[in-house]
Design a binder for this molecule. Structure first.
Ligand SMILES: *[C@@H]1O[C@H](CO)[C@@H](O)[C@H](O)[C@H]1NC(C)=O
Ligand SMILES: *[C@@H]1O[C@H](CO)[C@@H](O)[C@H](O)[C@H]1NC(C)=O
Ligand SMILES: *[C@@H]1O[C@H](CO)[C@@H](O)[C@H](O)[C@H]1NC(C)=O
Length: 374
């Protein structure tokens, strides 16, 4: 064994010891990034003639943004009431706005705007409570910061460990911190493992990811994220950090920000998401729903991006494709397709299969829908 070899080993041991003993905050510094999407304001203009209520959200985007409006648990308003109009004014980047015209007869509890920026693996969800009164509302929005380190600033030890800080900074906004969720999808060849952790739950020993709140300074909330898996030594990890904050005094009651980080060792240009499709939330679900309500089937996959997604229903003769309203949002390597069964009747009961396919590989999730009369 030559000297340089010994030196490398000593260095490695030192680095390992250092990474174990140093507080995480000093290992990675957090600098405030410019968020890929920043919301600026919300405006509600009720119709004077009893037509529709116009809701507009203004935002600034760094690149192309996908816009999806939903009501309640994920139904597209225009599928419930076709006279609902949506105006999306998209520019490649810069100031944009999106508006929706809610007909006065539309029944819903919550209006949600989803803004996704695929290029920066960033998404925002705005939960809105729209006043039914005839007054106009114009409210500036102050988006809080979710600060995560850049992937190249996060080291992975030879034991497959990575640790980094995350900050949720609600200072200068009316938002109060709610919760932090950290999700990890480990990808290595056909091996996929999904795990998640919450800021308010203690980590269990066999968990591969943990999220621990380590400090609060006014409205700055600091967390440590720790990952540990042998797979990290050779594979890659997609870590999604989601922060939820609420403001009871705003129309935008809750604002969720999600930021994805792709962690890989070295710079293997040929890696990337070339992995078998996988359903992190499980491959079967039972949905029990009252007659005349709306059922949603959420088909969430991780792995190959832009898979084809088809819904089938089991019949006496086998399976048949069904054509129901649906929409897809994508934050690589996640693809979420939401199918809607509107105003269900007993005839909608049955077994549905969501089939996702890409590159000769496919996988399925089974939904058992039971429509009950009361
Ligand atoms: C709603 O408001 C936006 C922004 O002011 C406007 O561009 C849009 O045309 C309005 N829609 C309707 C139906 O009035
Ligand atoms: C948190 O936000 C406040 C107000 O914008 C700012 O002054 C402060 O520097 C931020 N803290 C960090 C650690 O970025
Ligand atoms: C649901 O369908 C029934 C007929 O099956 C119809 O009378 C009712 O108006 C529909 N409800 C909605 C909200 O569309």
């Amino acid at each position: 064994m030559d000297l340089s070899h010994i030196f490398k080993i000593v260095l490695l041991v030192c680095l390992c010891v250092l990474s174990y003993s140093l507080p995480v905050q000093t290992a990675v510094t957090l600098s405030v990034p410019v968020a890929p999407i920043v919301v600026r304001g919300v405006e509600v203009i009720p119709s004077k003639t009893g037509g529709c209520t116009n809701v507009t959200v203004a935002f600034t985007a760094m690149s192309k943004v996908q816009i999806v409006w939903t009501i309640d648990k994920g139904i597209k308003p225009e599928d419930v009431n076709p006279s609902t109009m949506i105006h999306n004014h998209l520019t490649k980047h810069g100031d944009s706005h999106t508006s929706i015209c809610l007909p006065s007869g539309l029944v819903y509890d919550k209006l949600v705007l989803h803004l996704l920026c695929e290029m920066h693996s960033f998404e925002l969800h705005l939960d809105m409570r729209i006043p039914k009164a005839t007054i106009e509302v114009r409210e500036p929005l102050e988006q809080y910061d979710l600060i995560v380190p850049k992937p190249n600033e996060i080291g992975v030890t030879s034991r497959g460990e990575a640790r980094f800080p995350v900050m949720v900074n609600n200072s200068a906004t009316g938002y109060a911190f709610g919760l932090l969720q950290a999700e990890v999808t480990l990808l290595y060849g056909n091996y996929i493992r999904y795990d998640s952790a919450f800021s308010f739950l203690p980590a269990s020993p066999n968990q591969i990811i943990s999220a621990q709140q380590v400090g609060v300074n006014g409205k700055e909330n600091l967390f440590n994220i720790a990952l540990k898996s042998n797979i990290l030594r050779k594979g890659e990890a997609f870590i999604a950090i989601m922060a939820a904050s609420s403001n009871p005094n705003s129309i935008v009651e809750r604002l969720d920000i999600k930021q994805g980080i792709l962690l890989r060792r070295g710079n293997d240009k040929n890696s990337g998401f070339n992995n078998a499709l996988h359903f992190p939330e499980g491959q079967s679900e039972v949905i029990t729903i009252k007659k005349h309500n709306n059922a949603i089937m959420v088909c969430e996959t991780v792995g190959d991006t832009n898979p084809s997604v088809t819904l089938y229903k089991r019949t006496l003769g086998g399976i048949e494709p069904v054509n129901v309203p649906s929409y897809t949002t994508s934050l690589p390597p996640e693809t979420v397709t939401t199918f809607q069964l509107l105003n269900v009747t007993e005839a909608d009961s049955g077994v549905y299969i969501c089939k996702v396919a890409k590159n000769q590989r496919s996988s399925s999730k089974v939904f058992t829908v039971n429509v009950v009369t009361s």
